[in-house]
Design a binder for this molecule. Structure first.
Ligand code: SF4
Length: 194
């Protein structure tokens, strides 16, 4: 049977829209709204250069004012802390509190994760690659920045034996050593190959 590419693309867009709607509805729980859950997830995943209100606003594609309201709400609930820089007081870093980390263990999107885990691994891989490509394409056309994983950055180096042995790497932009945990985090400066 010949597949009509136009019909396939149309159906794909409709399915993604449906899935996005369901995913959004799932995130009105635990006393948070979807934006607050997304911010909580971001703070957990962002590396040292990216865990800031400005980077969060770029990640969400929203204004700094909207992000500020989200952070005020999360801070009032005791899930996030805003920390002023010791050298430059204008710099603000974000970190999760223990309560924030505990709440994230009940992340409502784990429901989607559980559904995805039921797929055969080869189909899951194809889906992951296809969705990633689709996301990057749409983001590029709308000027939304993607925050990639540090270990997949073209600036990530593992030349120093002691760093490599510890499972981490070195940031080619800053020269800082990165632990194994940090190399799995997302970064505002990530450079993607190709
Ligand atoms: S290596 Fe790339 S992704 Fe990692 S910290 Fe440096 S700029 Fe960011």
């Amino acid at each position: 049977m010949t597949v009509d590419p136009g019909a396939l693309a149309h159906r794909t867009a409709q399915l993604i829209d449906r899935l996005a709607r369901v995913t959004r509805e799932l995130q009105f729980c635990g006393g948070l709204n979807p934006a607050q859950w997304e911010a909580l997830r971001f703070v957990a995943r962002a590396n040292r250069y990216s865990s800031t209100p400005g980077a969060l606003s770029e990640f969400l594609g929203t204004t700094k004012g909207t992000v500020s309201q989200t952070l005020i709400a999360l801070e009032a609930k005791g899930y996030v802390l805003r920390i002023r820089g010791t050298e430059d007081r204008r710099q603000v870093g974000l970190t999760l509190t223990d309560a924030g980390r505990t709440l994230l263990e009940q992340d409502p999107i784990s429901d989607i994760e559980n559904a995805a885990a039921k797929m055969p691994p080869d189909q899951g891989e194809v889906l992951l690659r296809s969705l990633t490509r689709l996301l990057h394409d749409v983001q590029a056309r709308h000027g939304v920045k993607e925050f990639g994983v540090c270990a997949e950055c073209t600036l990530f180096c593992v030349n120093e034996p002691e760093v490599k042995a510890a499972g981490g790497g070195v940031c080619g932009m800053t020269g800082d050593n990165l632990s194994e945990e940090e190399s799995g985090k997302i970064c505002i400066n990530q450079q993607r190959a190709g």
